[in-house]
Design a protein around this ligand. Sequence first.
Ligand SMILES: Cc1cc2nc3c(=O)[nH]c(=O)nc-3n(C[C@H](O)[C@H](O)[C@H](O)COP(=O)(O)OP(=O)(O)OC[C@H]3O[C@@H](n4cnc5c(N)ncnc54)[C@H](O)[C@@H]3O)c2cc1C
Length: 392
Amino acid sequence: MRAQVGIIGAGPAGMFLAHLLHAAGIKVVVLEQRDRAYVEGRVRAGVLEQTTVQLMHRLGIGARVAREGLVHAGTTLCVDGEPFHVDFADLTDGGAVTVYGQSEVMKDLNLAADDRGIRIIYGAANVTLDGLDGDHPAVSWTKGKTMRRLACDFVVGCDGYHGVSRASIPADQLKTFERVYPFGWLGILADVPPCNHELIYANHQRGFALASMRSPTRSRCYLQCAADDRVDEWSDERFWDEFSERIGASFTARIVRGPSFEKSIAPLRSFVCETMRWGRLFLAGDAAHIVPPTGAKGMNLAAADVIVLGEAFAAWYGAGDSSGLEDYPRRALDRIWKAERFSWWLTNLTHRFPHMDVFDRHMQIAELSYLKRSRAAQTAFAENYVGLPLDF
Ligand SMILES: Cc1cc2nc3c(=O)[nH]c(=O)nc-3n(C[C@H](O)[C@H](O)[C@H](O)COP(=O)(O)OP(=O)(O)OC[C@H]3O[C@@H](n4cnc5c(N)ncnc54)[C@H](O)[C@@H]3O)c2cc1C
């Protein structure tokens, strides 16, 4: 098989890139180790920046997000039960985020890929990359008992944090940075109306909580939990009791409890691999960086990476201009580090750390009190939350 660009991973980064390249007339093949139902069913991100929504419209897959997405022009922060509101629209000249689940984004991307004949090979096992440091890279995989091979000009690793692409770069060529947080996020999905029309970020002395949603009838709620907690230790009753306590008295009465149909624990980490290009391999999305989910930036960063990379490939194939490909790591990392900073800052501001003493707690409360009263501080928060412009 042959393609101009071989893409590893059919998550948001891989599929957004496949559409961008297809629109530029570049022949792509996407290799995905799981099946389509798994990729579309994965419950993960749910808050889209404006840049991501605009990308969906540009690719002609924006009809459903326009119809069903919940536009949030603000959010509420809560300190030990005392809420205050941050008005994104007022602070950022009409800025907003859109609540729309990652699984819905994937369904929209995949349906359009069917219509456009974009080739995605699901169930590709044992993916191996070779020739990345030469002019003729290739990707091999097995499907059943058959071994297949894709020859291409470039390979793009969109295969997430645990994928094979970053691992194919020699260890002495990798420049990485990592911070692992000493807690996790326990998340549930339940078919009950959310307790507020916008998200609530709660800093409580018992730990962080986030009230989010997927629709007016489906709640997505999170609790900070111990890094080694197990899902089976958290009955729905225990979850709702703890959530009610942390989210604060102003919202407790509005909580509608219901059985969860998804419950999982996610570890929190910050990670950047600055080696986003090695020979003819490029990395994009979670393959190159991870943020703690507090700032809702992961999927949005994946989309921003591939916008930059898509432009670079279009310039290369359209006009033989390689400057965009050479500049890709610098341009992408500039945005990535800013999103890393915001996600790290918001995590530090809202979570309870095991080492925290009374002084640390006062620092958090003082900063939140400043955020509550200062328009300048709220503007900085709002413009980062709704998403900085692409080349900020
Ligand atoms: C609890 C939680 C909440 C989150 N909330 C938000 C949010 O509100 N907003 C936000 O923007 N982000 C959020 N994120 C992050 C977001 O989900 C990720 O950043 C996003 O999925 C990254 O997309 P990706 O395509 O880079 O990687 P992935 O979605 O991980 O996709 C990678 C794909 O590659 C495939 N793959 C892996 N290895 C191989 C291999 N060897 N061969 C072939 N295929 C392979 C995988 O099966 C997968 O389909 C959240 C994440 C979590 C866990």
